[in-house]
Design a protein around this ligand. Structure first.
Ligand code: R5P
Length: 300
């Protein structure tokens, strides 16, 4: 085993985030509110595990790009891997039609959309799912995209505020899936930190951001709620994923919301098991790569 940075040396440790989330002092004395708080805490505790970390598996990509490669049949895609995730993220359409309702896994429901890759502007999203539907589907959390630095910045942030308002009423956490303008050009800490912080200020309970090599800790330090890292387009090698997930977690992310770099890879089972080991067991990239090879060879 290689040396790992002790938790207390992290800029913001995942455990500190969890303690903040579940601090009993935040309890209200108003009876009804205690119930609300209990619901919120219960849901968050099902998403963020006892070690303060989380692996979310998103399969929501079809909501704007149609039958995405390897996600043509989402139910089939996740069959071998869902059990290694802490929660699954998808739209109501995929949930209802492709997922067994007896599944014992928290669902993060994507509730923004109504744009497509052939439309005018992907940032022009609306909220497409009602609170009644969110409750009916027993969502553990909801997610929506937030686009800062675009023509639709105000609409997007107002949507977030409204969603937070109606979800908080029922103790449902909102995860902001953040992007900045032409995201690839602006995947820099200062922009990522801006959108993460703004989303948390508006009320998101969890923020999903992209990873950046330089100063990623600034994104974490400036965001008062837990941050998870998205994978983005499939990388050339599996090791690259282990490296950025490891580095992001060393810098204080609590985990990942990672899709294509799991289910579009040559061996999704080996990928998710190795990424899970990085997230929950602190495996180094090299250890993760070894585990990946072993699972691939049927030896683990
Ligand atoms: C975008 O389609 C979704 O919000 C995804 O859930 C998010 O981008 C994470 O997925 P990936 O790791 O494939 O980027």
């Amino acid at each position: 085993m290689q040396h790992r940075m002790p938790l207390h040396d992290l800029p913001v440790s995942p455990l500190a985030h969890r303690e903040r989330l579940f601090n009993p002092k935040t309890k209200s004395h108003h009876g009804e509110m205690i119930n609300m708080e209990w619901g919120m805490k219960n849901r968050l505790s099902q998403l963020i595990q006892k070690d303060g970390k989380a692996l979310f598996l998103p399969i929501d990509h079809g909501y704007f790009q149609g039958p995405t490669h390897c996600l043509e049949k989402p139910g089939e895609t996740i069959k071998p891997i869902w059990q290694y995730a802490d929660a699954l993220m998808m739209t109501r359409g995929v949930l209802r039609n492709c997922i067994d309702p007896t599944i014992q896994k928290p669902i993060i429901l994507r509730v923004s959309g109504a744009v497509t890759v052939v439309g005018e502007d992907l940032a022009n999203e609306s909220i497409v799912t009602s609170i009644q539907e969110i409750l009916r589907l027993n969502a553990m959390a909801v997610s929506m995209s937030v686009f800062v630095g675009t023509k639709y910045e105000n609409k997007s942030l107002t949507n977030l505020a409204k969603l937070v308002d109606y979800c908080e009423e029922y103790g449902i956490p909102v995860m902001a899936v953040t992007s900045v303008g032409r995201e690839l050009e602006k995947r820099e800490a200062r922009y990522l930190a801006l959108v993460a912080r703004v989303s948390a200020e508006i009320g998101a309970r969890v923020v999903k951001t992209y990873y950046c090599k330089e100063k990623f800790e600034k994104v974490i330090e400036g965001c008062p709620v837990p941050v998870v890292i998205a994978g983005g387009p499939k990388t050339e090698t599996q090791l690259e994923v282990f490296e950025f997930v490891y580095d992001g977690m060393q810098k204080g992310a609590i985990g990942v919301n990672l899709g294509r770099n799991i289910w579009q890879t040559e061996n999704p089972l080996a990928s998710i098991r190795a990424i899970r080991a990085v997230v929950h067991e602190g495996y180094t990239p090299k250890e993760a790569q070894d585990l990946f090879e072993k699972v691939k060879a049927g030896k683990a």
